[in-house]
Design a protein. Structure first.
Ligand code: S3P
Length: 451
């Protein structure tokens, strides 16, 4: 919870064009899962390119607490000696997940069908987020939950001794909920079935198959994904090379589009089809974006993304695209501020329950910087092209993506933009300021946001 205690105001201002080739840290979703599945496998899993953000390191701590041995060698490769499915140890202490929703929700799934007790805590942001969406199906599988009103952290669970397989239709488009049920299904005899009416990122399905689980995906007549998992497989250790995180690449990509004269290439980015909605949208807006050196690595499409500064126009983003760019709306809103006309973003109900109420946080941040926008219950419209923008102080609400998005805004607006706390950026993108400095961006630390 270190970032919660010491706010670190940051300010960005317009300077030179951004140029260069960079690599962003490893994908957060794949990094969490590498540690978790490595902990459940038999043998030694190796992971290169792991994201060393606070969120992922908290997952490493949780897996260690359950008996996995995890160490990093002198080359930066992580080695995970798995405990084996069914053999997790009961953690001795409370598990602190900091800011990490994916970490805590997927771990609840894993622990929920092991005969162990565990208590989870998190920072102020995570403690506000709904856990019932994961606890409801876990209760059906036999997990006992001791939670204060509202199924929020801190809470304790006792995993089922005799877990029951379920068929679960995920009520909201959430890869975390889908994954928690599948991971609970791993140590459950019989077949666990998850029905996903709207497709979300499929890293759990793909990676579990790679670790040797018996998992299949079919599509029904309504277009829903039916995921069937046979319980109690023997998971075998794997060698994983984590590609760059498209959700982190989003920041230099948008920064390059809106900063005149820029030409930036982000190398080795994961291009999984459930993660590329932002790229599709930015190209529709007129962004000069090309994918180079496209290849397959570890069963995933990866490539280098070259971006040149572009004149953008407003678009309507189809609501059904939201799951493939759910973490990218804050930075898309920043791109929209520089586009000609309105950019309309419907289908955003899930943004209300992210690290902050992201819909409100984005709207307040835009307003603070003189950018016209309209916030609906589940939609946002941003009017681009206003003059004299910037100069505001943005409240980040312990949300890394709010902090990074508004720092990107400041790189191309007339007046500097301040975020009240950039410390939380370390949860997902610890090299953010140094990478941007390498591209020529001006982002500085402040003693006081109002100075
Ligand atoms: C994630 C799923 C998404 C996303 C989060 C990572 C994952 O959350 O916002 O950053 O790794 O499964 P939801 O499942 O709540 O949409």
């Amino acid at each position: 919870m270190s970032h919660a205690s010491t706010p670190r105001p940051l300010r960005s201002r317009a300077g030179s064009a951004l140029t260069g080739r960079i690599r962003v840290p490893g994908d957060k979703s794949v990094s969490h899962r590498s540690l978790m599945f490595g902990a459940l496998a038999v043998g030694r899993t190796t992971v290169t390119g792991l994201l060393e953000g606070e969120d992922v390191l908290n997952t490493a701590g949780a897996m260690r607490a359950a008996g996995a041995r995890i160490h990093k060698d002198e080359n930066g490769t992580y080695h995970i000696d798995g405990v084996g499915l069914g053999s997790l140890l009961e953690p001795e202490d409370v598990i602190d997940f900091g800011n990490a929703g994916t970490g805590v929700r997927l771990t609840m799934g894993i622990f929920g069908t092991h005969p162990i007790a565990a208590t989870f805590v998190g920072d102020a942001s995570l403690s506000r987020r709904p856990m019932g969406r994961v606890l409801d199906p876990l209760r059906q599988m036999g997990t006992q939950v001791v939670a204060r009103a509202g199924d929020r952290l801190p809470l304790s669970i006792r995993g089922a001794d005799m877990p029951l397989p379920i068929t679960y239709r995920v009520p909201m488009p959430s890869a975390q909920v889908k994954s928690a049920v599948l991971l609970a299904g791993l140590n459950t005899p019989g077949e666990t079935v998850v029905i996903e009416p709207i497709a979300t990122r499929d890293h759990t399905e793909k990676m579990l198959a790679g670790f040797g689980a018996d998992i299949s995906v079919t599509i029904d007549e309504q277009g829903a994904r039916i995921i069937r998992l046979k319980g109690r497989p023997e998971l075998k250790a794997q060698a994983i090379d984590v590609p760059g995180d498209p959700s982190s690449a989003a920041f230099p990509i948008v920064a390059a589009l809106i900063t005149p004269g820029s030409d930036v290439t982000v190398e080795n980015v994961l291009l999984n089809e459930h993660r590329t909605g932002l790229i599709t949208t930015l190209i529709e807006m007129g962004g000069d974006i090309t994918i180079e050196n496209e290849r397959m690595a570890g069963g995933e499409r990866v490539g280098d993304i070259r971006v040149r500064a572009s004149k953008l126009k407003g678009v309507t983003v189809p609501a059904n695209r939201a799951p493939s760019m759910i973490d990218e709306y804050p930075v898309l809103a920043v791109a929209a501020a520089f586009a000609e006309g309105d950019t309309h973003m419907p289908g955003l109900e899930e943004l209300r329950v992210k690290e902050s109420d992201r819909l409100a946080a984005v709207a307040r941040g835009l307003e603070a910087n003189g950018i016209p926008c309209k916030e609906g219950e589940a939609e946002l419209t941003v009017t681009g092209g206003a003059s004299g923008i910037g100069g505001g102080i943005v409240t980040t609400h312990l949300d890394h993506r709010i902090a990074m998005s508004f720092l990107v805004l400041g790189l191309a607006s007339g007046k500097a933009v301040t975020v009240d706390d950039g410390a939380v950026i370390a949860t997902s993108f610890p090299t953010f300021t140094s990478l941007f400095a390498g591209l020529g961006a001006e982002i500085s630390e402040l003693e006081d946001a109002r100075a």
